[in-house]
Write a protein that binds this ligand. Structure first.
Ligand SMILES: NC(=O)C1=CN([C@@H]2O[C@H](COP(=O)(O)OP(=O)(O)OC[C@H]3O[C@@H](n4cnc5c(N)ncnc54)[C@H](O)[C@@H]3O)[C@@H](O)[C@H]2O)C=CC1
Ligand SMILES: O=C(CO)COP(=O)(O)O
Length: 327
């Protein structure tokens, strides 16, 4: 459900794992191009899509009778979409989130939004998160990911359904850690992009990545996650990929902010979803509710809100009281 970069690329992953896939998209021209030319040129250039993939703008055609439903719309639109889609879902369908965000207002992770909006049991919900830049995967470059569900059997089933010659899923039952790793790395990537846009080098970015992992871990553990998840693919793995890659939309938004563009100017230039822009404040509020200190996230939220200039960001972080690294 969603014909953007990741929805389309993931459909290709599933097709290459040997399954037929029906995609739902909002725009008729995108759906037509997938069906007739086997391409989604707006998002994936001239990548050839598998013949196993078909698309429709009709949600009931996409959903009716499907045993696995994969959700790939922007995080902040998920709840409204699920309210429309819920009546068409097969009662035993497994619902899978590909999204990396936290809902504004409720501070809920995407799997929690799914459970709340559909009434589905947690055991029928899974999430996929890891170092998975869509364009690299569309080019069949090898990578790994994490498929997480409260139910080991659900995670196993989905790993089986998605594993192919270039995509290696690992299972995990720590849904909290996997989802928070994915959501917070977008905020740290914004910070790394800002540093890059300001002309700072690799020491600054490595410091942000490492301390970013420390604050992600603080939040995740306070929410009940396993700290080991944070040194895995959905934690460190995705953080490194997103903070380093020019393919990352969050990273790219940060670079433009760092170069001095206003948020409005950057948003106007950015066609695709950069979840960190909208999720960062929700993540900070969630952290405040459990007493987790997240100084990099706080600084990014202040930049996005126009309360801190990019020139002052590094000074703010460096002027904090010194402390022990491991506390
Ligand atoms: N692109 C990537 O490399 C990866 C993206 N993700 C996550 O996947 C999720 C989706 O991202 P992408 O597919 O990359 O985004 P995208 O911006 O490429 O595509 C989003 C899709 O959702 C549709 N859409 C936009 N607003 C909508 C609304 N209000 N209601 C319904 N549909 C709407 C768009 O038409 C588009 O088809 C995000 O949470 C992102 O963080 C996760 C891993 C990799
Ligand atoms: O989540 C991603 C890679 O794992 C994609 O990152 P962006 O959303 O910043 O492009």
């Amino acid at each position: 459900m969603g014909c953007g970069s990741w929805g389309t690329t993931f459909a290709q992953v599933v097709a290459h794992a040997g399954h037929n896939v029906m995609m739902w998209g909002r725009r008729q021209e995108v759906v037509d191009e997938i069906n007739t030319r086997h391409q989604n040129s707006d998002y994936l250039g001239d990548i050839a899509l598998s013949d196993r993939i078909r698309a429709t703008t009709d949600p009931s055609e996409a959903l009716a009778g499907r045993p696995i439903v994969i959700l790939a719309v922007p995080a902040q639109s998920l709840r409204a979409q699920l309210e429309i889609w819920k009546p068409q879902l097969r009662h035993d369908a497994i619902l899978v989130s590909l999204m990396k965000g936290v809902e504004r207002g409720t501070h809920l992770r995407m799997s929690q939004v799914i459970v709340e909006a559909t009434g589905w049991p947690e055991e029928q919900v899974a999430v996929v998160s890891g170092p998975n830049l869509a364009m690299e995967i569309a080019q069949r470059q090898p990578c790994a990911t994490v498929v997480a569900s409260r139910s080991e059997a659900t995670a196993e089933l989905l790993a089986h359904a998605t594993a192919n010659s270039y995509f290696r899923p690992y299972t995990n039952t720590d849904v909290i850690g996997v989802e928070l790793g994915g959501a917070v790395k977008n905020v740290i990537a914004l910070a790394c992009g800002i540093a890059e846009g300001r002309g700072l080098g690799d020491n600054s970015k490595a410091s942000l990545i490492t301390r970013g992992l420390a604050e992600t871990t603080r939040l995740a553990v306070a929410m009940g996650a396993d700290p080991q998840t944070m040194s895995g693919l959905a934690g460190l793995g995705d953080l490194v990929a997103t903070c380093a890659s020019p393919l990352s939309r969050n990273h790219s938004v940060g670079v433009l902010l760092g170069k001095g563009l206003s948020l409005e100017e950057v948003v106007a230039k950015t066609k695709q979803t950069a979840e960190g822009v909208k999720s960062s404040a929700a993540i900070l509020q969630l952290a405040a509710s459990v007493g987790a200190d997240m100084p990099i996230t706080e600084a990014v939220v202040a930049v996005i809100a126009g309360k801190l200039s990019v020139e002052d960001l590094a000074d703010l972080l460096l002027s904090r009281a010194r402390k022990s690294e491991n506390k």
